[in-house]
Every structure is written in C-alpha cells, then in structure tokens.
Write a protein that binds this ligand. Structure first.
Ligand SMILES: NC(=O)c1ccc[n+]([C@@H]2O[C@H](COP(=O)([O-])OP(=O)(O)OC[C@H]3O[C@@H](n4cnc5c(N)ncnc54)[C@H](O)[C@@H]3O)[C@@H](O)[C@H]2O)c1
Length: 253
C-alpha cells in the first residue's frame, strides 16, 4: 500500500462514531484529513481536535468542495455517512428514499466525481462503510438491510470494474459498533448487536489492517465470515435461523 502519510483523505459522516474514529486514525498516521458531517458543529469539533479541515454538509454534495480543501486531489475517500433506517415494508416512502440517498447514492455520486481523476492518475482508494447487514440482514430494518446490500454491491462493482486501473476498494462490514446509531437502534439492536458490539477505534484498526493487504472485505467482528458462508451454502437454514431471531425479538416486545 502507498503510504497514508500526507495522503489527502475525506471521511463523510465523521462528526461522531465510526467516521470520527476513521478521521482520528488517518490524522494520527499523518494524513491530511477533511471531516464532513451533516452536523456542522460536530464536524468542526472533530476537525479542530485532530488538526483537520471541516467541510460540513450532505455527503452527496460536498465531494468537489472536499477535494478543493485538499488542494485538488483526494487519495482516499471514505463513504461512511449512513442512516439507520429501521422499519418494514410499511416504512414511509420518504424513509426509504432517505436510506437510498445516503446509504447508496452518496457513494455513487462521490465515485462519479472522483473516478476520472483516479483513472487518469492510475490510483485511488474508495472505502465504503457498509455493514454486516449488507452481507447478511438486520431484523426489524428493511430499508437499512436493502440499502446496505446496495452499498456493498456498488463497492464490489467498483472493485471488479476498476482494479486493473489502480483503484483500491474496501467494504467495511461490521456488526454492532458502540456509536449513536447503536444507541438509537432500539430493542432489535439491543438483542442482536449490543452483546458483541466493538469500539469505533477497532473498526479503524480493521480498516488499516485490510488496507495494508489491499483487501476488499473488511470484517471487524470475528464470525461474520462464517455467517456469510452459511447464508450462501445453506440459504434455507440461514433463513430459519434469522426467523428464530425475529421470533425471539417479537417475544420481547
Ligand atoms: N454503529 C453500528 O453498529 C454500525 C454497524 C455497521 C455499520 N455501521 C455504519 O457505519 C456508518 C457510521 O455510522 P455510526 O455507527 O458511526 O453512526 P453515527 O450516527 O454515530 O454517525 C453517523 C454520522 O453520519 C452523519 N450523517 C448522516 N447523514 C449524513 C449525510 N447525508 N451527510 C453527511 N453526514 C451524514 C450523522 O450526522 C452522524 O454524525 C454508517 O454508514 C452505518 O450504517 C454502523
């Protein structure tokens, strides 16, 4: 891997949680970091703490501004901003639309802006904070599960399309992480995610270990790979297992 020292790095949704941990880690490794968040106050606070530049706003619309803040070149782009989006098929259309917009389309729009320069240079790194819900599923959260599958599919597509042209892509797929998102995830999050939740800094550790190997799939929790394999190898049994979890959750409500 090329060095992170003095690389230009953008992290979206970095006002807290996993994004802030990624921004802190990149800054600690000597990168020049842009901290984006919809919440301007939290973006500014994190940027001041780590000596970075804050570019607040919607992750979908700040890519060019963030690139300008880095002097015209982004080396590593972390599409991390995301929304939790619980609900069933009956969730309001507006919630589905917001989940698509932030969890998937923000990644597509960023890649659209960044790819021409990356392909010209023959290098670039796109980091997608997906979720284990993008490989598996999450009970009680249809918009989240569906859009995280979309985020994973897009990261995978980017990687298979441009890897021979120098693009490196990483899909981070954690289970529970102790952030605001987990705090507000409700009883399903408490049942499924909280017991094995890890710290945001551990997600950053996993990303750095994966970047050192140029590895696409970043699984910060042990066991996610077995679950992913089980889903592919025996879909009926996997669905039975997930449905048992659903019934267990229903019994607690
Ligand atoms: N916490 C978990 O258990 C967990 C597990 C797997 C994946 N993830 C994913 O990690 C990512 C970060 O989540 P987190 O857990 O740190 O949650 P978080 O709520 O602490 O942080 C998300 C940040 O994104 C910001 N944000 C939301 N929409 C935005 C937008 N349109 N533009 C810019 N910023 C925006 C929020 O203001 C917030 O600061 C998300 O993509 C999430 O889906 C989280």
């Amino acid at each position: 891997m090329e060095t992170v020292q003095s690389a230009g790095v953008v992290v979206t949704g970095a006002g807290g949680g996993i994004g802030a941990a990624l921004a802190r880690r990149f800054a600690a490794e000597g990168a020049r970091v842009v901290v984006n968040d919809l919440d301007a106050a939290s973006a500014t606070a994190v940027a001041e703490e780590i000596g970075a530049v804050a570019v607040p706003g919607d992750a979908s619309t700040v890519v060019e501004q963030a690139r300008e803040a880095l002097g015209g070149t982004v080396d590593i782009y972390c599409a991390n901003a995301g929304v939790g989006s619980e609900g069933t098929e009956a969730a309001p259309e507006s919630l589905w639309a917001a989940a698509w917009d932030v969890n998937v389309m923000a990644h597509v729009r960023a890649a659209h802006v960044l790819l021409p320069q990356w392909l010209e240079r023959g290098e670039g790194r796109f980091v997608s904070t997906v979720s284990a819900a993008g490989l598996l599923s999450m009970i009680g959260a249809a918009p989240y599960s569906v859009t995280k599958h979309g985020a994973y599919a897009f990261a995978e597509w980017l990687s298979l399309t441009y890897r021979h042209r120098g693009l490196k892509v990483h899909a981070i797929c954690p289970q529970g992480v102790r952030t605001n998102m987990l705090d507000v995830a409700g009883s399903a999050g408490e049942l499924v995610l909280a017991p094995t939740a890890i710290e945001p800094s551990e997600v950053a550790d996993a990303l750095f270990a994966g970047m050192a190997e140029d590895r696409f799939l970043i699984l910060p929790h042990p066991g996610t790979d077995q679950l992913y394999r089980a889903r592919a190898a025996a879909p009926e049994q996997w669905l039975d297992g997930m449905n048992h979890l659903q019934q267990k959750w229903e019994a607690t409500r």
